[in-house]
Design a protein around this ligand. Sequence first.
Ligand code: NDP
Length: 255
Amino acid sequence: MRPPLFDLSGKRALVTGSSRGIGFAIAEGLARHGATVVLNARETTALESACGRLAADGYSVVSAPFDVTDHAASRQGVDEIERDIGPVDILVNNAGMQHRAPLEEFPAERWEELLRTNVSSVFNVGQAVARHMIKRGQGKIINIGSVQSELARPNIAPYTATKGAVRNLTRGMATDWARYGLQVNAIAPGYFKTVLNQALVDDAVFSTWLQGRTPAGRWGEVEELIGATVFLASAASSFVNGHTLYVDGGISISL
Ligand code: NDP
């Protein structure tokens, strides 16, 4: 009998920025489909609490705290996971941040921080993991973009620049690494209620606008990102390379 396409049993998945929000939901979803998950973030109390919640549900979970903006720390963190826990079969580059301000007043240090957190992180952890995957001739990398990989919004021009870069870095990684048996793709979420979006969640005017602007008529639930992730993490996507999969209730395809 041939194995099920979406089964992740025996696989190991590293999800960056997974102490809460989208990263945590994705980690839980990968674990639910059979993977051992390695949770990452900087702040260790929240990280250990997230690990505890997954372990209490019976999932196989390990924590690996490191700062994804730090190239050397990312390399060391990934090498330690490979040595102590085992080969990373799936990497989800999810860690990210937002900062909102009019572009003419946008603080330069926030611009740099956004680039490091949203773009350099994908390079840092992606390169560290790919060096091991390339030797094994297989691996799945999923980068978390955004509808802002495609569309601008007032006051978030730098974030839009970073997420556009994630989309094109995904294409570049796929182009360089497909020949070694890796699939690199991106997921572009629409609007989900997380800490990153708390200011928007608290803004009734924005919420009403968003629900009217989104064909599905609502915010997304973080669990709705699991299906796309499992597809891109599994054998089901073995000939999908450099694709950006929008999970956004249709906001990016309509006016
Ligand atoms: P949250 O702010 O809720 O969570 C961010 C996570 O990333 C936390 O676990 C945080 O932990 C971790 N993190 C931040 N910086 C670093 C770092 N330098 N090193 C390691 N971990 C880090 O964000 P969301 O869940 O909302 O967003 C997750 C991803 O999804 C981001 O890339 C975001 O841009 C993207 N996205 C979100 C959307 C939404 O609607 N929420 C829509 C589209 C895209 P700690 O601070 O302890 O390090």
